[in-house]
Design a protein around this ligand. Structure first.
Ligand code: C2E
Ligand code: MG
Ligand code: MG
Length: 527
């Protein structure tokens, strides 16, 4: 069996054990010892052993231990047969079932299985976040038709080799079928790093390929999706990555698109928008979602921002981007604002009592241009405070710069009157509008909310980091506190805390949540 003469072996166990493949030895010993200790009725194992020609052969061994009368094992009797052919056939089958025969990459079934496993890990452990990128060659049909299918296949092989060369240890590449590939990206710091990686792949794909002595140029489009609790299975993620990829193609190909829930959901039916919105308001379909605003020093929640959501019985959750505009145009924003204010204030009073937080727990409510132009708004706010019992100090009103600038005189007057009630004012989306310093000083603003576009870029672009530092210093000089919007990574959180920014808000801390879930966060606050 081993290609050895009988005399070449003595009968010490080392003759045997010393020839076993190092990768199989531990498992072999395990089974072997189990049987000697009497834990199994028979010794049976499949393993590789070295042949005289230096190659390893697969063996199946079966044995029974023979014992002295006191139970001590002194001998093992049994048989061994070679199973190399069977093993190789099994391996080929297994490989064939899970790998793509053309490129040798993981096939659709296996890559989706890996995505499913990663998804399960990420649901147990928030740090195990990952991304799925899929790519599709642009106009692959043209290559196939003009150069022939043989060349098309060659191109796919060359492309898979090129992609493979760019992968890091945390990336897994597979072929979904046709000219579609998938990459599971598990080891990255933030969204920007994934974008950078995909850009690198795009660059690699853009270099010429040589086929049949001809140089040919191709491009591809990528769809990227990040793991999220809403995904139940790998196919869900694949569907969204597909949607994003098609969007990238529509936008001119040779690029990538990140899947965003809001962008890809069918829009709230704009045709009947006004009647729908009026109906939704009357039906109580407008709900308040609460996003925590957190003290960056200790991660404690100091308050929430109230964000509106339309929960439609058949369309599901409609984000404000799809109805605030209509509400403003039609004047329904006044009614919507009133409902939001009432619900948010009532809920906050309840939390303040339930968790013994008193007026320290704040609620921020967004106001729009119409609100400031409406004389009766001050009286309305006063009434809501009186009706709900919320201390004026606990209410923050968020307004945007553009809104102030559209009518500075009027805004100044209304804001002064609101301030007199004891309410605080936040300047929302700071940095996206005029950001006129002169104006900043003229208005009674208490808090500055730095727009998430700065925060999003601060850990990749040093100029943005400097801007962020300056905005924070400026706010402090003017006696304001700063809330950073859109904190999505731990690194952004740490940087902002270091820059002495007081508060933060963003998906890294928590998404906007329904009242019950937001309340649970309060119940589980860090001490
Ligand atoms: P905003 O006041 O600047 O609210 C913050 C927005 O940023 C929210 O979007 C929130 O979901 C989102 N956001 C929070 N953290 C992150 C993050 O880490 N990353 C990213 N990418 N986004 C984050 P939302 O809820 O879709 O609201 C959009 C805008 O709609 C709000 O912007 C606000 O201007 C307006 N809005 C929402 N509710 C109302 C309302 O009741 N009345 C009025 N007048 N406007 C509202
Ligand atoms: Mg806001
Ligand atoms: Mg904002």
């Amino acid at each position: 069996m081993l290609g050895l003469e009988e005399e070449a072996l003595n009968n010490s166990p080392e003759e045997w054990l010393g020839r076993i493949h190092p990768d199989d030895l531990a498992a072999f010993r395990g089974e072997f010892d189990c049987h000697i200790e009497g834990k199994t009725s028979q010794f049976e194992h499949e393993y590789r052993i070295r042949h005289a020609d230096g190659e390893y052969r697969w063996m199946q061994v079966r044995g029974l231990v023979v014992r002295e009368s006191n139970g001590k094992a002194y001998r093992m009797a049994g048989s061994q047969s070679e199973i190399t052919d069977r093993k190789l056939a099994e391996e080929r089958l297994l490989h064939g079932a899970l790998h793509d025969s053309l490129t040798g990459l993981l096939n659709r079934a296996l890559i989706l299985d890996r995505v499913g496993q990663a998804l399960a890990r990420s649901q147990d452990n928030e740090d195990a976040n990952f991304a799925l990128a899929i790519l599709d060659i642009d106009r692959f049909m043209v290559v196939n038709e003009s150069l022939g299918h043989g060349a098309g296949d060659e191109l796919l092989v060359a492309l898979s080799r090129r992609l493979k060369a760019e992968l890091g240890p945390g990336d897994t590449l597979g072929r979904l079928g046709g000219d579609e590939f998938a990459i599971l990206i598990e080891d990255y710091q933030d969204v920007a790093e994934v974008e950078e990686f995909v850009q690198k792949l795009l660059d690699a794909i853009g270099r010429p390929f040589e086929l049949n002595g001809k140089e040919i140029f191709i491009s591809a489009s990528f769809g990227i999706v990040f793991a999220a609790p809403r995904y139940v299975g790998a196919n869900d993620m694949l569907r969204d990555a597909d949607l994003a990829m098609y969007r990238a193609k529509k936008e001119g190909a040779s690029g990538f698109e990140i899947f965003e829930e809001q962008r890809h959901r069918p829009r709230f039916d704009r045709l009947q928008a006004e009647t729908s919105l009026r109906y939704a308001l009357s039906k109580g379909w407008i709900h308040v979602f609460y996003q925590p605003i957190v003290d960056l020093k200790n991660r404690r929640i100091i308050g929430f921002e109230a964000l509106s959501r339309l929960i439609h019985p058949s369309q599901g959750i409609v984000p404000p981007a799809d109805f605030i505009g209509i509400a403003e145009k039609t004047g329904l924003i006044i009614l919507l604002g009133e409902q939001m204010l009432k619900m948010a204030c009532a809920q906050t009073v309840e939390w303040q009592r339930q968790y013994g937080l008193g007026e320290d727990l704040t609620i921020s409510v967004n106001f729009s241009a119409r609100h400031l132009a409406d004389e009766s708004i001050v009286a309305l706010v006063g009434d809501v405070l009186a009706d709900t019992g919320l201390p004026a100090k606990s209410l923050k009103i968020e307004i945007t710069e553009t809104l102030i600038m559209s009518n500075p005189e009027l805004a100044a007057k209304t804001l002064d009157r609101i301030k007199k009630l004891g309410i605080t004012l936040s300047l929302d989306d700071f940095g996206t509008g005029y950001s006129s310093l002169g104006y900043l000083r003229r208005f009674p603003i208490d808090t500055l909310k730095m727009d998430r576009s700065f925060v999003g870029r601060m850990d990749t672009d040093t100029r943005d980091l400097e801007l962020v530092r300056m905005i924070i210093q400026l706010a402090h000089t003017l006696g304001m506190e700063v809330v950073s919007e859109g904190i999505e990574t731990k690194r952004q959180f740490d940087l902002l805390a270091e820059l002495a920014c007081e508060y933060g808000q963003g998906f890294f801390l928590a998404k906007p949540l329904p009242a019950e879930e937001a309340g649970m966060l309060l119940a589980n606050q860090p001490i």
